[in-house]
Design a protein around this ligand. Structure first.
Ligand code: SF4
Length: 101
């Protein structure tokens, strides 16, 4: 069985603020494997864990330093900056909007 990824055994966390998705459809265009358009006009993060209040997370060990990574491209292309990728060990924001203060 595949090991469940969490903050202890993953390198990166992908955070998706679905509440503030404006349905621009860029993520689903550049990364159709991980983002699917929903009937309500917002994108869904595939295998995203629902944290409540429209916030979703997913843990990954895929190389997010690679600009060509689909998830990274989705985060970089979202005009609403609602997809963020952070390196867990350092807290460094790899892609998406800067840390909110
Ligand atoms: S690119 Fe951003 S705003 Fe557009 S559908 Fe995807 S998450 Fe929503």
């Amino acid at each position: 069985m595949e090991e469940k990824l969490d903050e202890k055994n993953s390198k990166y966390i992908v955070e998706y603020d679905r509440t503030n998705c404006i349905g621009a459809d860029m993520c689903t265009f550049v990364d159709p494997e991980n983002f699917k358009m929903n009937e309500d006009g917002k994108a869904d993060l595939v295998k995203g864990e629902d944290k409540g209040d429209g916030q979703f997370v997913r843990f990954t060990n895929e190389n997010m330093e690679d600009m060509g990574s689909p998830l990274r491209r989705a985060a970089d292309s979202c005009p609403a900056a609602v997809i963020r990728i952070t390196e867990i060990a350092t807290g460094r924001r790899v892609a998406g909007a800067p840390e909110r203060k």
